[in-house]
Design a binder for this molecule. Structure first.
Ligand SMILES: [Zn+2]
Length: 277
């Protein structure tokens, strides 16, 4: 999306935040960065082009990197950045970081950070702070998100061209959300066609209301979105092509789910018949 080095650093930053304690796809996850061994595991699964060698990990670096994680997490929870508070945190990370022009791993010239020292934590801090700075000055911090899955605090970095990434890779967040949306659409459909007069208000209305509400809400994004808010946002694609794609996906999914429902209804009937005989 940006340049290869910035992209992979942002992915590494999201992965670092996600080593923290929290809900991952509705499952409680423990802190995955409490020992030097765990830090080495995190470093070994990085892209080698980052040049963050696991051999640089020790107790001192672990503590510094835990501190870095806390700061990056603070910035992430304040995105999209509209105020100075997260910028101050970012500037703290950038303290002592220099700048030079060098060829990136793709051979292109670009501005590269010069870390305060060669210590692992300083190298990581310089890279991450510079990558986040890149998003801030381009007004792209909305790409630093929290997964929209219910019961999920995982952070994601959206590097897609059309800003379409909504879910993490931890579990089945996307699937669970789609099933929920399908059930909601079915309920709305049933309500619309039901004979009860007060049942005429379709679910779509309430979700539209929720979106309008969150749109007018101009508070900094430090508050975790509720499950209902998350579900409402999923239902509102931004661009026209995204809308068309979503409609198509919804239709396909509905057809698939209908087939599945029919199949299980048939099976149930068969089983009932069997039980009778
Ligand atoms: Zn998730």
């Amino acid at each position: 999306m940006f340049d290869v080095d910035t992209d992979r650093t942002l992915v590494a930053a999201a992965d670092l935040v996600n080593t923290g304690e929290g809900l991952r796809s509705a499952t409680p996850g423990l802190d995955q960065l409490t020992t030097v061994t765990q830090l080495k595991e995190y470093l070994s699964s990085r892209d080698p082009a980052l040049r963050w060698p696991p051999s640089g990990a020790d107790r001192t670096q672990l503590e510094k990197i835990q501190h870095l994680r806390e700061k990056v997490q603070q910035i992430w929870s304040a995105t999209p950045i509209k105020s100075d508070a997260p910028i101050q945190v970012l500037n703290e990370l950038l303290r002592g970081v220099g700048l030079k022009v060098a060829r990136g791993s793709d051979g292109e010239y670009r501005a590269e950070p010069v870390p305060a020292s060669k210590e692992l934590a300083d190298v990581m801090t310089a890279s991450m702070a510079t990558a986040i700075q890149h998003l801030v000055v381009r007004d792209e911090t909305a790409r630093m998100r929290t997964c929209k899955g219910e019961g999920c605090d995982a952070v994601i970095i959206d590097l897609t061209r059309n800003r379409s990434r909504l879910f993490c890779d931890f579990g089945n967040c996307a699937n669970r959300a789609h099933v929920r949306a399908y059930r909601a659409r079915q309920a709305a459909h049933r309500k619309t066609f039901s004979t009860a007069p007060e049942a005429a208000a379709p679910v779509a209305h309430s979700s539209r209301h929720a979106v309008a509400h969150s749109d007018t809400l101009d508070s900094p994004r430090l508050v975790k979105p509720s499950a209902a808010e998350k579900a409402a946002q999923i239902e509102v694609p931004t661009s026209q092509s995204a809308r068309a794609a979503k409609e198509f996906r919804d239709r396909m999914r509905d057809e698939l789910m209908e087939k599945r429902d029919k199949k299980s209804a048939k099976k149930l009937k068969k089983e009932k018949k069997k039980a009778k005989t």
